[in-house]
Design a protein around this ligand. Sequence first.
Ligand code: 13P
Length: 258
Amino acid sequence: MKPKMVIGNWKMNKSFEEADDLIIAIGEQIAGLRLETGVVLCPPFLYLELATDQAQEADFTVGAQNCSEFKNGAVTGEISAEMLAELGVEFCIIGHSERRKFFNESNDTIAQKTNILLENQLVPVVCCGEVIEERKVNRHFEVVEKQIKESLFHLSKEDFESVVIAYEPVWAIGTGETATPEQAEEMHAFIRQLIEKRYGTETAYAAYILYGGSCNAQNALDLFAKPNVDGGLIGGASLKANEFVAIIEAAETVIKEN
Ligand code: 13P
C-alpha cells in the first residue's frame, strides 16, 4: 500500500487568531511522528500565509480551497493560481460540491482551473460525488464518471499524474452520515478503473483517490483500510487539532499494518 494523504478543508471557519492557534497546534502534535502520511492544511485564503510560514518548519504542506480559472487581470475578487504558488501554497481544492452548488461551478470550469493550477505547479485536488437523489436511482457511477471525464480526461498522462481526486458523496458532507467503507471502496475502485482505461495500470495504481464526507477519528481507520481509499479530505473534523491528528494517526496505522 502506498502512503496515505490526509487533507483538512477548513471551509469558511475560524478567526485569524484561532487559525494561527490551530496551525501551530497541528504542527506541534505531528512533530516527531515521522509521518509517512502526507498532511495538507487548507485554511481560508486570508490565513494561507500563516500556514505557509509554519509549514517551512513543520510536517505539513498547505493548500487553498479554490482559485480563479483566469490567469490574471480584471477579475474582481478572485485569487489566481500564480498568487497561490508565490505564497508557497502547493495544493488547491477545486470542484467542491459547495462551489458547484453555490457558485455554479461546472465541469468545464473545473477543467480550466485544473489546467491553470498545473501550469503553476500546484496539485489540483479535484472533488466529485453524487447527490442523494442520484444515488437513490442508481446513477452515482454515471454522475461521477461524467465529472471525472469532463474535468480531467483532457490531460496528458504526465499532467494527470499530478492530480489528486477526492470522492465526496454530497449526502455525506457535513451530515454525520458517512459512506460505508464498502460504498467508498466500490466508488474508488470504479474511479481507478476509469483511470486505468484512460491512462494505463501504473498511473491508475499511483493515483491518489481520497474519501470525503463525515470522515472522523472514529471511522477513519475502517475507511482508510480499504485498498482503494488513499486517504481523506476532512471537513468538520479538521477544525480540532486532536481530532485531525487522530485521523492522521489512523492513516499511519493502516500503512504500518500493510
Ligand atoms: P465534512 O467532513 O464536514 O463532512 O466535510 C467534508 C468535506 O466537504 C471536505 O471537503
